[in-house]
Design a protein around this ligand. Structure first.
Ligand code: PEP
Ligand code: MG
Length: 315
């Protein structure tokens, strides 16, 4: 059966009714880009850059980060590479970080941490912009909830560009900037965000946690961590629809995207970009190639309109 899946590697990810689907890879280390390419990924949909920062006592320099990002860009050979800016705090902490947040999941994490530490943020942005000279880089901002965070991030990117130009260093002019949709507030009030940004990526791991008030790492409440809750699916649907209206790329990069049992449901929500662990990619592609999106979209929409649970076996 594995051999049959291998044959799928070079087949296009297209549904029976002709909808092209982008199948992208999540990676945590630069070396994993080779696995993404081997699995036939169309892009890196999520490079979790925090793993360059963890398990060490110092911060990675601009040069070290530039080398790491550039190696991924070169490996992917012209395919887009989405690099998430540092998502630290909550379940991922820096060594030597002394302050303990009252509630780390709701505290100074991710974009909040970066905007509060401008030198650290600018160093990473310069490394990302320099890597963009070697191929298409998309900058992905984690944990966005407010438009003023988007504006502050754009200001920081502009400053980083000026610093590089002053140094005479090469950067691409067309670096796309997007946000993670992983806080319910942005999924509900999505319009200004989809207008201001080039793309969106739905982080269902955190979106489920924050929508249902269930700690994603707490085994005592794991039964309540429910990706199929109609409220979660409505937030995903609202985000996908905003992308459709504006022609912006909307992906899911949380665990749901790599679960082949959910592929038909996500196609029914109108999803056209799935980012997952490279090993999951061929199973999802198989589902895509055996699906008709039209019927799925009708079934999923009618269930969601009534906030009814969807039974995956009915799709
Ligand atoms: C998510 O929240 O769904 C996500 C992809 O990011 P992480 O799991 O790194 O928080
Ligand atoms: Mg997240």
């Amino acid at each position: 059966e594995r051999a049959a899946l291998e044959l799928l590697r070079d087949a296009p990810a297209i549904t029976l009714d002709g909808v092209n689907i982008s199948l992208e890879a999540n990676i945590e280390l630069p070396e994993e880009a080779a696995d993404a390419l081997a699995a036939g990924a169309d892009a890196i949909g999520l490079f979790r850059s925090e793993f360059l920062f963890m398990g060490r006592s110092d911060l990675p320099s601009e040069e070290e980060q530039y080398q790491a990002y550039t190696s991924v860009v070169k490996t992917m050979n012209g395919r887009p590479v989405t690099i998430r800016t540092l998502d630290i705090g909550a379940d991922k902490t820096l060594d030597g970080e002394t302050t303990v947040a009252t509630n780390p999941a709701l505290g100074l994490r991710a974009i909040r941490y970066c905007l509060a530490n401008p030198e650290l943020f600018l160093t990473q942005l310069r490394a990302l912009l320099r890597a963009s000279a070697h191929g298409p880089v998309r900058i992905l901002l984690p944990m966005i909830a407010h438009m003023h965070e988007v504006k502050a991030a754009y200001r920081a990117i502009a400053i980083a560009k000026e610093q590089l130009i002053a140094r005479g260093q090469a950067i691409a002019t067309n670096v796309q900037v997007g946000a993670m949709v992983e806080i319910p507030a942005i999924a509900i009030a999505i319009e200004p965000f989809v207008e201001a940004l080039d793309f969106l990526s739905i982080g269902t791991n955190d979106l489920i946690q924050y929508t249902l008030a269930v700690d994603r790492g707490d085994s005592e409440v794991v039964d309540l961590y429910d990706p199929m809750h109609p409220a979660v699916l409505r937030l995903i649907s609202n985000t996908i629809n905003a992308g459709e209206r504006t022609g912006k790329h909307v992906a899911i990069c949380g665990e749901m995207a790599g679960d082949a049992a959910m592929t038909r449901m996500l196609l029914g929500l109108g999803l056209k970009a799935f980012s997952m662990h490279p090993q999951q990619l061929l199973d999802v592609k198989k589902e895509v190639r055996e699906s008709h999106t039209n019927a799925l979209r009708n079934k999923v929409a009618s269930a969601l309109n009534r906030a009814q649970r969807i039974d995956l076996n009915d799709l």
